[in-house]
Design a protein around this ligand. Structure first.
Ligand SMILES: [Zn+2]
Length: 336
């Protein structure tokens, strides 16, 4: 069975020293301190140690073979978005990262599919890069759950979504820049509490702000199974019904109506939760994702799904059909 992992991160092993180039700090660079490993550094501050499976496409292909997974959808690591930087500098970084991903896709067209990144802080530059993303063969973009703490329903982002819809580019929404981070650094809470909340924040913003309503052709996937959104849909809907004066001010449609219209990945780490997600979304809207190669990901690549005794057709939807439809690709292009 074709298996496509649609949520994986990759970065170049060599990057310009953006801080030297642009004359200010805050950018990530790699310190290759020992063979096969590197430290991601933000100026002089240590961010995370990564392995060569974060940058070497052949190492990754071999690791995926162990789990019978043929295709990886690759995108950058959210900490590289640089939405906070000067827009033209962020554009240059985005071009660099997108070209790198496009090169890998060109070299390994049966193993890799690429999503780009754009300078969300400047819609005009973002739209310009979307056209280029399409030309260089990427099939969509990954964006953050907020942009410098602005929500995705802000009018300034609409032209970006509209262009994605027109160009047929898919959108993956990834949590980052987690709310409340400063107040809950202990116990990895930004990742365990902040990330699911961020994804729900993005979904509620795009639904209540009418983005999904105005762009029914926009194909959006919210990672980590939609974070806190699906488990709290009852509360979200009740809020919409009991306080429409607060909630239904920009879009009169009940949020439950959007279930099954967007995609979510399967990263729940919990069969019971995945059953619930499948019930709400339908198997055509739940995609195989892992967050590879990071430790909080599902690094056995959907093994828990094969152990759930689901119908073969449901497993096939999750493992490939849902992603193919989200990215508007055909199965044939990946057959060896
Ligand atoms: Zn991720």
């Amino acid at each position: 069975m074709l298996k496509i992992d649609m949520h994986t991160h990759l970065m170049p092993d060599r990057m310009p020293r953006w801080a030297d180039k642009f004359g200010y700090g805050g950018f990530i660079h790699l310190d290759h301190h020992r063979k096969g490993w590197a430290r991601m550094m933000q100026d002089s501050k240590f961010f995370r140690e990564i392995n060569e499976n974060c940058w070497d496409p052949e190492v990754r292909i071999n690791e995926y073979l162990e789990f019978d997974t043929q295709v990886q959808v690759i995108c950058t690591i959210p900490v590289l978005f640089a939405y906070w930087a000067k827009p033209k500098d962020c554009l240059e970084i985005s071009e660099f990262l997108n070209d790198h991903i496009a090169e890998i896709v060109q070299k390994y067209p049966k193993q890799y599919v690429g999503l780009g990144t754009v300078p969300m802080q400047d819609a005009e530059l973002a739209v310009q890069e979307l056209h280029r993303i399409k030309e260089i063969g990427l099939v969509g973009i990954q964006i953050g759950s907020n942009v410098n703490n602005k929500n995705l329903n802000e009018a300034e982002f609409f032209s970006i979504f509209e262009t994605c819809s027109k160009l047929g580019l898919a959108v993956m929404v990834h949590p980052w820049n987690m709310m409340g981070k400063k107040h809950m650094e202990r116990y990895w809470l930004p990742w365990l509490v902040g990330m699911p909340a961020e994804t729900s924040r993005a979904m509620c913003s795009m639904i209540f702000g009418g983005v999904l309503e105005r762009l029914p052709g926009l194909r959006v996937n919210f990672v980590h199974s939609g974070g806190a959104f699906l488990p709290t849909i009852g509360r979200v809907e009740h809020g919409f019904n009991c306080r429409p004066d607060l909630v239904a001010i920009d879009n009169p449609v009940n949020p439950r109506e959007y279930l099954g219209k967007f995609w979510v990945d399967c990263i729940t780490h919990d069969p019971l939760m995945l059953e619930y997600v499948l019930k709400l979304q339908g198997s055509k809207r739940v995609t195989l994702g892992t967050d590879y190669p990071f430790p909080l990901g599902d690094l056995e690549i959907g093994k828990f799904i094969t152990e759930m005794e689901l119908d073969e057709s449901i497993i096939e939807d999750i493992f490939c059909n849902a992603t193919l439809e989200w990215l508007n690709l055909t199965k044939e292009q990946f057959l060896q």
